[in-house]
Every structure is written in structure tokens, then in C-alpha cells.
Design a protein around this ligand. Sequence first.
Ligand SMILES: Nc1ncnc2c1ncn2[C@@H]1O[C@H](COP(=O)(O)OP(=O)(O)OP(=O)(O)O)[C@@H](O)[C@H]1O
Ligand SMILES: [Mg+2]
Length: 221
Amino acid sequence: MSNINQVNREAAAKAEAEARNIYTVEHPVRPEDHWQRTGHRGGVLWLTGLSGAGKSTVALGVEHTLHRLGYQAFVLDGDNVRAGLNSDLGFSPEDRHENLRRIAEVAALFAQSGSLVVTAFISPYQADRDQARAIIGEGFHEVHVHAGLDVCEARDPKGLYKRARAGLIPNFTGISAPFEAPANPDLIIDTSKYDIGESIHATIDHIETHFTLNQSLVRVA
Ligand SMILES: Nc1ncnc2c1ncn2[C@@H]1O[C@H](COP(=O)(O)OP(=O)(O)OP(=O)(O)O)[C@@H](O)[C@H]1O
Ligand SMILES: [Mg+2]
């Protein structure tokens, strides 16, 4: 999203809030001030992919590596969020949509505070990922953690495919519900070709290229 679209969206959200007597405050510490302190931009790597593709494995490995490298990083992962913040939501289409909307809003706040957020949700619909991009803005990167259905089903780390094939889980992505592959992802991690270490490394490379401050970013900030 361009800066102009982002500014327009923020202005529209502010006007809409004010119509409801809600007046948002400006933070004295700007995102760029956080960046100067941490040495990296805030942002969101939005991992999307089939169950078993490796989103959680990669996300948690990336968080661990970034922490060791001195980055401020945090993972938002499916069941952890559903256990707390979104414990009132189920798996109807409306609730799945609301689940991802709230996650995108939370991720945007983390990013605003200077963190690099790695989200690990199947998020099978392009419309939901586009909504996340609109909420988060410039620092949003869509990452397709890819492995074919056959590979994911053979891995079946939670036994979910087996249960879905037995008809015990309705609307299971890849079996009885669609997965819309990103048309234009910022990064593809093919976990059927890369091992876990290589998958994490490729993601770290992407982060170092796009989020680590260099001289020109320091001058802009
Ligand atoms: N290159 C790889 N990257 C990530 N995981 C891999 C890779 N190769 C094999 N695996 C294995 O694939 C499985 C991926 O499971 P994981 O829970 O990370 O998937 P997920 O995408 O988070 O699924 P879910 O949507 O159900 O949470 C793990 O058992 C992991 O060890
Ligand atoms: Mg997972």
C-alpha cells in the first residue's frame, strides 16, 4: 500500500471514530524513534500456508534467531491467540474473519511499537490477508510457507488430516475448504525443498534485507 493510501485510510478511520465520539491520541514517540533504538524497522511477516506446511516451526525458529541477533521480535500463533484474546470466537466464516481482523490489529500495534511480528495462521483467504495488509500498511509482508497437500498430509504433525479425512473436522483447509495461494507474495518458503534450518535462514535473510536499518533509512528517520 502506498503512503498516500495509508494516510487516507488513517484519516478515514479517524473521522469514522470521531463520529462515534472517539478521539484517538498521537504518540509522542514515533515508530521511527523505536527503529533508531532497535536498529530495525517494525513490521509484520504474515505467514500463510496449509496446516503442516511449517508456519509455526519457521515462525518460532525465526523469533529465536532474531532474539539472539538482538532484534525485538514476537510470534502471534493460532491456538495461543484463540486461547486468550479470541476465546469468544469459533470457526464459522464470520468468526474466522473476525479472528484474523483482530490479529491484524494487534500485529499493527506491535509493529507500531517497533517489534517485528511473525504471524502463523493458515489464513486461507486472500480477502482476509488483503484486509491485514490494509490494517498494517507499509510494513506488511506476505510470506507463503508452501508445501504440497501430499507433503503436509504425510507430515500431519497434529493428526488433523487423518481426522479431517474421517469426516470429523468440517471445513478443513485443503480437504473440504479451499486454500487461496497468495498471487503476489513478498516471499515464498518452500518447506518441501528446504529443511527447517534453511527455511528459517531464508526468512532471516529477507528480514535483514527489508527491515534492518541502513544508512539511508537512518537519514530518513
Ligand atoms: N522445512 C521445514 N520447515 C518447517 N517445518 C518442517 C520443514 N520440514 C519438515 N517440517 C515439519 O513439518 C511440520 C510443520 O508443522 P507446523 O506445526 O510448523 O505447521 P503449521 O503450518 O504451523 O500447521 P498449523 O496450521 O496446523 O498450525 C513439523 O513437524 C516440522 O518438523
Ligand atoms: Mg501452527
